[in-house]
Ligand binder design. Sequence first.
Ligand SMILES: Cc1ncc(COP(=O)(O)O)c(C=O)c1O
Length: 408
Amino acid sequence: MSKTNTGNGSRIPFGTVTITQKSKDLIMDCLERGRVSGGVLVGKLEDEMARLLAVKETVAVSSGTDALILALSSLYDFGAERGDEVILPALSYAATGHAVVHAGFTPVFVDIDPETLNIDVDKIEAAITPRTRVLLPVHLMGKPAGMDEIRIIAQKHKLTVVEDAAEAWGAEYRGRPVGSLADLGCFSLYIAHIITTADGGLVSTNDERYAEVVRSLRGHGRACACKVCVSTVSGGKCAKRFADKTVGDRRFRFERVGFSSRMNDLEAALGLGYTDVYQELIDIRHKNLMALIAGFKQFGEFFQVFPEEAHEMIGPHAFPFVIKPGAPFDRDVVLLYLAENGIDPRTIFASMPTQCGGYERFGHRLGDFPHSEYVGSHGLQIGVHQDITAGDIEYFLECIGAFIKSHI
Ligand SMILES: Cc1ncc(COP(=O)(O)O)c(C=O)c1O
């Protein structure tokens, strides 16, 4: 496995990218064939990912955000109407909220459960109105949301469930991969994630009808949206393409207001290189995450962490920790200290409706989502990736210990 750090020169960069020999060979082959747009390799990646996620189909798209936008937009084929409401947690990477708005739905935010960072399932029913159409849980930091409760609520109110599993590669809920637990799942393949195609995303589903609409939407809403395109895969003639004389070329008949959200074969080649090393990467990252959670026990007075529970496996995306109320330091001081000591930290995002710009028109005020806002101003994360060694973890824990000593 060859490795190239994407860090900024830090001893512990936030992320890394693994570029395997298989990816390099596939990319070279692609270049030599002169076929770089989406085709055989995108199809292969979709099949591999469907196997990995234990779903019938996946559809590769150009980003995790587009995965969400297309998954949500596919619901217009199944009775949803513009302006219908999507219930989502207030705390997430801003892309979750952006996707809801760009897909033409109205976001209805619910505060998080501070013990899990995920949507507080006990608050969902109070947010349901006659216009509610979708529940959109986010498995933030790879920790699965409360899918049992969410599915029960969805069944009772006849709602569609779309999982935002962008950060949840490798996560399992009661023994099943997240992204396979609802009507549609959405993953990111951006470089910050466990598998990457540089930029990219994936929609997962067990319902071929959704997959077909998402395929159509990713290519401008065109009528031809077969799972395997005979023209691109084998260069063969498609029997369906000119079959309907009234419409002419089916490939250039547009049935929906679609998007330009394709993945290309060069990107798919990068992603396919991960399939042989996926489990190895998950294992290393999971071990790092568990070591950090255990190592932070000694700092329990000052920091909250999010342990793995019996019913789940956390997808080892990163290590989140939140400064507890009453700690004698604020987040900016910790961020700066870590950066100065060669550790590349991130915040845990923000409350979309009250701490991100652009959501003012939904009428919320700071204080409406106290748990999300608290994490938005006190949460941090560092990487757990495959290039981080036991020595790095020890060093990080020593740094935190020294920081606390100098502040109490
Ligand atoms: C929870 C969540 N949803 C959606 C996205 C969007 O993914 P992308 O950056 O690939 O568009 C991300 C990105 O990291 C994310 O963390």
